[in-house]
Design a protein around this ligand. Structure first.
Ligand code: GAP
Length: 485
């Protein structure tokens, strides 16, 4: 019998690596903290999750519009949104080992987790989490003009790439200076820390193109970047991750009713991901912990192996963002109803889904161990829609040309009909099953000698992942049988 055991994070990390789901980013060079690479099955799982979301929240509705905005945006976006000033986490440094930590995530706020010293943290400083960069050749190098007795003194010379020189500044102290850059401040841009602003900045474009009735929403999926002080717990807190966000534009007086509808829709999403109902919890976020733009937030938390932690958030952002855009851009964000009633700036309900946290929740929910023929078996009971591979086709003997040709024929047919179908002819059949179970393949089709002749000609064995039961099926019935859950 299968059982859903207490899943450990190391079980998930190990399976994810072993079976080509997720690898440490830049692993070959020792890794880069907070970055992860998706292998063939990982990218398929991720796409399936993102496609399901798009189908459910964009394509499946009449009141939703999709956008795909640029990651790099005018710096004014982040000034207007408040991120330049307030998108910070509290940072402390240990005066003994100089380790730096996120103050609000320390197990003991007075004890350094690296060197174990107590009372070595100074005052927390606010650390801005945005990755900044410079757009275009608007930078230059700073070189020392004078160097006396190991000390840098006198002026430094700053050079743009075109050779233009500027006297930059004067160093007054021993700095260990080894070269630096200067840049034109107006060319600073950021790797977006949320996809939401690409939606707000396109609000007027979508209204001008489609003139939808309010309420309506705009959805976007894409990368977001945060220079997390302490990335940790596998993909849970990464520096580069993916978001799926909706800004749902409503009349102010309707925000509460619309908010409640989105609570229900988020729950439908968790069910579609196969997350057990009792593993997801609603946490109303108190005012002091809410983001600067929010008047009400619910965090949906999941029981991860690392504890109960945020899976996604649902926020009432008021008219904060559209009003800020009006203030900084000088352009009106008013919506003019078709019935001639007064124009207004819509308020916003924002369901914000993180892809990595969904992947982690899906893997943890699907992870199973049981015993088959006296041997431990690990399998992923993934919902059919999410499984990276739907069917594997396997000839019983790979050195029998007739058998292999028949299996290939069936494989080609299923590949055309179902798409994500895998050819597998290495190892023995038991090993193949175990591999496919760990990838979460719902069905394995085995083509054997009975497929070739006699009463059983043109029949195959279909093995079901979760029960390991096997059934004999006509080849002609396969597409229908294997397209179902
Ligand atoms: N636009 C609102 C917003 O970005 P958020 O709570 O900061 O809100 C939304 O982020 C979701 O993005 C989170 O619930 C989480 O799923 C995901 N997320 C945020 N930071 C993340 C990180 N460092 N690594 C992985 N996912 C993250």
């Amino acid at each position: 019998m299968s059982e859903q055991k207490e899943v450990k994070l190391e079980d998930i990390v190990s399976l994810a690596k072993r079976r080509g789901f997720i690898y440490q980013g830049s692993d070959i060079y020792g890794g880069l903290a907070g970055t992860w690479d998706y292998g063939p099955h990982g990218v398929a799982l991720k796409r399936n999750i993102m496609n399901l979301w798009w189908k459910m929240f964009v394509d499946g509705r009449d009141d939703m519009y999709g956008v795909d905005a640029a990651i790099l945006m005018n710096q004014k976006v982040w000034q207007a949104s408040g991120h330049v000033d307030t998108f910070t986490d509290p940072l402390v440094e240990c005066s003994n080992c100089h380790g730096r930590f996120r103050a609000d995530k320390l197990d003991d706020p007075n004890k350094c987790p690296t060197c174990g010293q107590t009372g070595t943290f100074g005052e927390a400083v606010q650390f801005n989490m945005m990755f900044s960069t410079v757009a275009g050749p608007k930078w230059g190098n700073v070189e020392a003009k004078g160097n006396e007795g190991g000390y840098l003194r006198g002026a430094l010379e700053a050079k743009y790439p075109d050779g233009t020189s500027y006297d930059a500044f004067t160093l007054r102290e021993d700095t260990g200076f080894d070269g630096a850059m200067f840049y034109d401040k107006t060319a600073v841009t950021y790797l977006r820390p949320e996809t939401a602003q690409g939606i707000f900045t396109n609000f007027k474009n979508v209204v001008d193109s489609y003139y939808p009735d309010v309420p309506f929403g705009i959805g976007q999926q894409g990368k977001a970047f945060r220079n997390e002080i302490s990335p940790r717990d596998f993909v849970f807190r990464s520096r580069e991750f993916e978001q799926m966000e909706i800004e749902y534009f409503v009349k102010e007086e309707n925000w509460e009713a619309e908010f409640e509808k989105w609570v229900g829709l988020c729950k439908e999403w968790f069910a579609a991901l196969g997350l057990p109902e009792d593993s997801v919890h609603e946490l109303p976020v108190p005012e002091e912990d809410r983001a600067h733009y929010s008047k009400r937030t619910i965090d949906f938390e999941f029981d991860y192996p690392i504890g109960r932690e945020e899976l996604m958030g649902l926020a009432y952002r008021t008219d904060f963002d559209l009003k800020n855009i009006e203030r900084v851009s000088g352009k009106s964000m008013e919506y003019r109803p078709k019935d001639g009633t007064d124009a207004f700036v819509p308020h916003v309900i924002e369901p914000s889904f993180g892809v990595e946290r969904a992947i982690m929740a899906v893997l943890c929910s699907a992870y199973r161990e049981d015993e088959q023929n006296g041997e431990k078996r690990i399998y992923l009971a993934l919902p059919y829609d999410l499984a990276p591979i739907k069917v594997a086709v396997c000839p019983l003997a790979k050195n029998n040309p007739e058998l292999v040709a028949k299996a290939r024929e069936i494989y080609d047919m299923l590949k055309k009909e179902i798409g994500s179908v895998l050819w597998i002819d290495s190892g023995n059949i038991g090993k193949n099953y175990r591999k496919m179970d760990e990838i979460g393949v719902p069905y394995v089709v085995t083509v054997d000698f009975d497929t070739l002749e006699g009463d059983t000609k043109d029949t195959v064995t279909v093995r079901h992942r979760d029960t390991t039961e096997q059934q004999r099926s006509q080849v002609t019935d396969l597409t229908t049988l294997l397209s179902k859950v």
